[in-house]
Structures are given as C-alpha cells and as structure tokens.
Design a protein around this ligand. Structure first.
Ligand code: TYM
Length: 332
C-alpha cells in the first residue's frame, strides 16, 4: 500500500513559498503519481502551539480548505480533512512522546527559531510539535511526504521515531521518505534572499501572499532585493536575489532555469522583474477567482471536510489500535 500524507498550518496568510514548495507538488502528485491513498490535512493542532485568536483560527481553517480546492486538489483523489477532527492524531502524538527524548526535540532548528519569538513563554506543545508531526505521518503509515526544504529535519526525526518504535515494539511503521522538489522547495524572502519566505515575516513586502492582488505582486517584485552586477544568472551563493526570482519564475511559468537565463540574457533587471511578476500574476489570479467562489459555497466545503474526516478516521483508528496493542495498551 503506497500512502502519501502532508499538511499545512492554517496560520496567517499563505505565501507563494507554501504554494510552490507544497501545494503545487500535491497537485502534481495527484495527477502524475500512482498511489493507494493520499491524505492532505489542515494542521490546526500545529497552529495552536503558539497563541492563536480562536475566531481567526476558525476562519483560517476554512480559508485553507477553500485554497486547497482552488489550487486544484480533487476530493475524489485526495482525502482533505481538518487534523483536530481526527482525534487519533493527538493520541498517537502522545504515544510517540513516550519514545522521544527532550534533547532531540530541543535540537530542532524550527523550535529554536520559534522559541525566541515567544515573549510570553514557550508552550510545551511547541517543543513536542515535531512528535505530533511524526504522528500525523505514521498514523497513515505513509511512504511519502511532500514538503518544502524547511520540514526536512522534522522528517528525519519521524524516521528515527519510526525505527525506534519498530525496534522496541516490533515492525509496525513504514519509514517515510520526504518528497522535496528540486526547484521551489525553498523560496526566499524578497527583502532578504538569504532567509526563507515565511508567513510569519512581519515585513509585508518580503513575501508574496496567495491573496495579493496584481498591483501588490508587481510592486513587491519590483522592489525585490537583487544585486548590482546586472547579470541574470542562477548563482544562489553570490546572487541570492536573482536566483530566487529565477526559481520563482521557473516554477510559476513551468520553464527550466537555463531557458530563462538565456531568454533574459542582457535584458536588464527591470525587464526580467516584469516577466517574473507576469508569471506570478498568471498563476495566482485564476486561483484567486476560484477561491472566492469555493469559500462562499459553505455547504460544499463542509461536505468535503466531513467526508474527509470520516475517511481519514477509518484508517487512523485501525492503525492507532495496532500501535496501542504493540505497546500493551488494549485489553483485546
Ligand atoms: P507550514 O505550514 O509551515 O508550511 C506548509 C508547507 O509549505 C512549505 N514551505 C515552503 N516551501 C518553499 N519555500 C518556502 N519559503 C516555504 N515555506 C513553507 C513547508 O515546507 C511545508 O511543506 N509542520 C508543517 C505542517 C505539518 C506537516 C505534517 C507536513 C504538520 N504535520 C505532516 C507534512 C506532514 C508546517 O508547519 O508547515
């Protein structure tokens, strides 16, 4: 059985990085890969590891569901659901905590980064977040997990936990592999191309948001930080800004980077930036039009999410029972 699992947090406005590193890949897999089951969820339990305003969270969950559909995920081929509606996620997360070490969690890069920003105290859930993520994946015995580059370390921990569990309690979990695209797996900030584009970046013009209008997209690309040597060449070390724009355009227009380097050779940054903006606008405007219509169709959205939760629960319950038995927890 070949199962694929992935999720996105409903926190803040999603960026072009989330689309190119994750959602585009989900749609690609849905259309081109052979699999038995594909689960894509809204990681709301992950979102509350840092304080969230309840009303905003509820809205963000619906928005992400609508966005998945607007981007082309087909509920006939992919099971779409909300993580907290399948309670087995939290339960397996807890069980896996019993075999996770505090030291290995404290070493996680994302934990270290996020911890600094929590001025009112760091929740214990922020520390155990990667264990919950491992649970999300192992709950369905996933073989593949499509994610962006920044989740690679969490996937490595998932593999370690799967192996540790199998070693202690007998062969139970498949060791999952990340599916990370060659280009687009790490879209960088437009204002500091040495760090990743992030939905939590307070600088609005550092990110293209999926709901940005055409004018905002053009303005942000026009003001993207580049360099002064005037050459359109892919060289992430010496030319991170231009390389990031090349990656973005390559993914948005589905053209190889070498083809873009040739096409814009000697054309100057102004012309190139306009073409990059064109490619983003052509990609995002149709998605935005579909998104509004889906978000307003409350019944359809609820039906898809209800069906998704029922289907995911069926698999989750079966696998969780197996895990509990292995650990000596069930009477029968
Ligand atoms: P999250 O919500 O931070 O990001 C969702 C997905 O978007 C990718 N991504 C990027 N890709 C390219 N460039 C960027 N600048 C960029 N920023 C984000 C992320 O790598 C991710 O694939 N912990 C996860 C959610 C999660 C999950 C899971 C994923 C929870 N459980 C189980 C897979 C399997 C997260 O916070 O992603």
């Amino acid at each position: 059985m070949k199962t694929i699992v992935s999720g996105i947090q409903p926190s803040g406005r999603l960026t072009l990085g989330n689309y190119l590193g994750a959602i585009k890949n989900f749609v690609n897999i849905q259309e081109n890969m052979e699999y038995d089951a594909f689960f894509v969820f809204i990681a709301d339990l992950h979102a509350i590891t840092v304080p969230k305003e309840p009303l905003l969270l509820r809205q963000s969950v619906r928005k992400l569901a609508a966005l998945y559909l607007a981007c082309g995920l087909n509920p006939e081929k992919v099971t779409l659901f909300i993580q907290s509606e399948v309670h087995e996620h939290a339960e397996l997360g807890y069980l896996l905590q019993t075999i996770s070490y505090i030291g290995e969690l404290e070493r996680m890069t994302q934990y270290k980064d996020k911890k600094i920003k929590q001025v009112d105290g760091v929740s214990s859930a922020l520390l155990t977040y990667p264990v919950l993520m491992a649970g999300d994946i192992l709950l369905y015995n996933a073989s593949y997990v499509p994610v962006g580059q920044d989740q690679k370390q969490h996937l490595e921990l998932t593999k370690i936990l799967a192996d540790r569990f199998n070693y202690r309690f007998g062969e139970t979990f498949i060791t999952p592999e990340p599916l990370i695209t060659k280009i687009g797996a790490k879209i960088m900030s437009l204002q500091d191309p040495t760090k990743k584009m992030s939905k939590s970046d307070p600088l609005e013009k550092a990110s293209i948001y999926l709901d940005d209008n055409e004018a905002a997209i053009r303005k942000k690309i026009a003001s993207a930080i580049t360099d002064s040597d005037g050459k359109i060449k892919f060289d992430p070390i010496n030319k991170p800004g231009i390389s990031n724009l090349l990656s973005i355009m390559s993914c948005c227009a589905n053209k190889p980077i070498e083809e873009l380097e040739k096409a814009y050779d000697g054309k100057g940054y102004g012309v190139f930036k306009q073409a990059v903006a064109d490619s983003i606008v052509s990609l995002l405007v149709p998605i935005q039009e579909k998104y509004e219509a889906i978000l307003n169709n409350k019944e359809l959205l609820d039906k898809i999410l209800d069906d998704g939760a029922i289907k995911a629960s069926y698999f989750a319950k079966k696998n969780l029972n197996k895990v509990k038995k292995r650990m000596g927890l069930l009477r029968k």
